[in-house]
Design a protein around this ligand. Structure first.
Ligand SMILES: Nc1ncnc2c1ncn2[C@@H]1O[C@H](COP(=O)(O)OP(=O)(O)OP(=O)(O)O)[C@@H](O)[C@H]1O
Ligand SMILES: [Mg+2]
Length: 467
């Protein structure tokens, strides 16, 4: 029995590690049972050298240091078992002084499984890093410990700002306290939760997601954290809201057509009777009052015309039109108004605008409405109205921005509703935008609004190029 391992019998055989005793030239002169079985070493096989065990394709320097049994603190190498299987081994080589001089001891550990796990983890984290789905992981107390780049993009916050915080920081305030209470109770009991949530981005914009929260459990079944995987449905929600809005507009349109018809006919009758009376009556008092009646009738008639415009399919013919030309026509009309003397109009028109098929009379009305609103928003104070046209791949955007009073964020949705006005009686009917929206929609376009109260508003009239 070789002297090195004899003192306590084959104590080394009880160790889980692979132990090889090497000469300085790499020859294997003894081993424990683990190593013997793994590499199929036999006692008579005096010529076995360490490099025979190494799998092909290993780095040269590792091979060299191994074959010279150099002392190393910690290294990795891939070795081949006697049954042909390949395993990853982490090892160290230490010097040992024995009766016949110095030898080297290699102590190795099979790390194949660890490596596999490491690789799995790497793959997993790569998937999470690159998926388009926003993902967050919290600890058991609900503090975020991981967020992926998609989550940073969706929320507008950086990793640094998010980690350590409770997901509550993204709360939109749209869900009641009981809602989140219920969610926490559910997931804390180890169950999966799925639902739609509305969050708020750093810039204040809403971001809607479909969220799956799954508890992360340790081997003992204890909840140690939560995985929240989102699917961004903001786009979808916006489309849904637009659909609801245009459906609502449609039903209001039908109603308006009915009213316009029912009110319009008697109004025409009244109007002609008034005109008959005006021509025949001599009494100055009566004449004056008839004049007042007439102007009030005209006011109603204008409203009726707007209602009809909105609801009646256009009888005008559409033709290829240069929107810049229409914009100029609208500006010329608006600039004649009394209120524009302190207004600076700034123009930024795209000279390459392609002509599109629309009804010029209708679109000019839209531009006039939006421009008049911009003038009104300045409320007589000096200010600037910027008008621009831009052509993109599939749409043309006409943007009108003003430096006026702006629209409170809660009101932006309402401004397209009929009869919504913030202007005094007789100064606005609240039909301008409603009519404009109806017209633009009939060309499959859209009107987009951005506004900052106290700073101004931007109205973008978007028309598709292929009408
Ligand atoms: N550029 C703007 N800046 C601020 N508020 C605006 C702007 N454009 C529209 N609004 C708001 O939207 C409301 C509705 O506009 P809309 O054009 O539909 O009706 P109106 O201008 O009040 O009346 P009219 O029927 O005469 O146009 C306005 O009363 C105003 O409160
Ligand atoms: Mg208006």
């Amino acid at each position: 029995m070789p002297a090195y391992l004899s003192t306590y019998g084959r104590v080394m055989d009880l160790m889980p590690e692979i132990i090889l005793i090497l000469e300085k030239n790499g020859r294997i002169i003894d081993w424990n049972r683990q190593a013997g079985e793994m590499f199929g070493l036999r006692r008579g096989d005096k010529l076995a050298t360490i490099d025979r065990l190494v799998a092909p394709g290993q780095p040269d320097e590792v091979l060299r240091s191994l074959s010279m049994a150099q002392v190393v603190p910690s290294e990795e190498v891939r070795v081949v078992r006697s049954d042909g299987g390949v395993l990853d081994m982490r090892y160290e080589i230490k010097p040992l002084h024995g009766p016949k001089g110095e030898v080297r001891v290699l102590i190795g550990r099979d790390i194949t499984l660890d490596k596999q796990k490491e690789l799995d983890l790497l793959r997993f984290s790569n998937v999470i890093q690159h998926t388009i789905n926003p993902i967050q992981i919290t600890d058991a107390s609900g503090r975020m410990v991981y967020v992926n780049p998609a989550f940073e993009r969706a929320s507008g916050y950086t990793r640094e700002e998010l980690l350590g915080q409770n997901p509550r920081m993204l709360s939109s305030g749209k869900h009641a306290r009981e809602f989140w209470g219920g969610v926490w109770k559910h997931i804390n009991s180890g169950k999966l939760w799925t639902g739609r949530v509305e969050n708020r981005r750093k810039d204040g914009a809403p971001f809607h997601t479909e969220l799956v929260i799954s508890p992360i459990m340790d081997a003992g079944g204890k909840v140690v954290g939560f995985l929240g995987a989102h699917r961004d449905i903001t786009e979808q929600i916006i489309l849904e809201q637009q659909l609801v809005r245009s459906q609502r507009m449609e039903s209001i349109g039908t109603l308006a057509a009915g009213i316009a018809h029912e009110v319009g006919n008697p109004l025409t009758a009244i109007s002609s009777l008034v005109q008959v009376l005006q021509r025949t009556v001599q009494d100055p008092f009566a004449t004056e009052k008839l004049g007042l009646i007439n102007s009030q009738i005209n006011r109603i008639a204008k409203i009726i015309r707007d209602l009809v415009d909105f609801s009646r399919p256009s009888t005008h013919v559409s033709k290829p039109t240069d929107l810049n030309q229409i914009l100029n026509d609208a500006l010329n009309i608006v600039k004649y108004g009394k209120k524009v003397k302190d207004v600076t109009f700034s123009l930024d028109l795209d000279g390459q605008l392609p002509a599109i098929r629309i009804v010029p009379d209708q679109i000019v009305q839209v531009f006039i409405n939006v421009l008049m609103n911009a003038v009104d928003a300045l409320e007589g104070r000096p200010g600037t109205i910027t008008v621009s046209s831009r052509s993109a791949e599939s749409v043309i955007d006409i943007a009108v921005s003003d430096t006026g009073k702006g629209i409170p964020s809660g009101e932006v949705d309402k401004i397209f509703e009929p009869f919504y006005t913030t202007k005094g009686v007789g100064r606005g009917t609240g039909l301008g935008l409603w009519v404009s929206y109806g017209i633009v929609k009939s060309f499959n376009g859209d009107i987009l609004v951005e506004s900052i109260p106290g700073e101004g508003s931007l109205f973008t009239i978007r028309l598709p190029r292929n009408t």
